[in-house]
Ligand binder design. Structure first.
Ligand code: SF4
Length: 151
């Protein structure tokens, strides 16, 4: 399905419903993009779910609508296969008073390098700016946590 990827979520009375997750690096999104997501979801009777992976899932969609939905969103899918790097989650780091090192830049670099990379299993990476490790970074497959001495 490539660029028009959607994940089959449910089959109810023979009707197949799909979900998509637009790419939102680090969970940072512009107001305009957020408005676009809500506008498109509303048009196609989608249901929005905020995910634990700092993404916005739009579900309850029909397969035949997926190409138009992606075109109207003008965004890329965050996930195009099951066994891959699912996301690089990031805490707000530089926007937080407790930060030890602003890890957003590092997180974005990891995101650009590894996001969507094929793996033997679903793989999650987390990056946090201090030992509080917001976003459950200790429980990720790979975690990067800034400490008193920097990274
Ligand atoms: S991990 Fe630390 S720097 Fe990041 S949001 Fe949490 S408290 Fe703030």
């Amino acid at each position: 399905m490539g660029k028009h990827y959607g994940n089959l979520q449910r089959i109810v009375d023979g009707v197949r419903k799909y979900a998509i997750t637009p790419d939102i690096p680090g969970g940072f999104i512009t107001i305009e993009k957020l408005e676009k997501i809500t506008e498109v979801a509303k048009k196609y009777n989608g249901i929005i779910k905020l995910t634990s992976g700092q993404r916005i899932l739009i579900t309850n969609l029909f397969e035949e609508d997926l190409p138009a939905i992606w075109e109207e969103l003008d965004m890329e899918p965050a996930v195009t296969s099951q066994n891959s790097v699912k996301n690089v989650e990031m805490c707000p780091a530089g926007f937080c008073k407790r930060v030890r090192y602003n890890t957003i830049g590092l997180g974005m670099k990891l995101y650009r390098k590894y996001q969507k990379q094929e793996m033997p299993c679903r793989t999650k990476i987390g990056v946090a700016g201090c030992r509080n490790a917001c976003g459950s970074v200790y429980s990720k497959d790979i975690g990067v946590i800034a400490d008193f001495d920097g990274l």
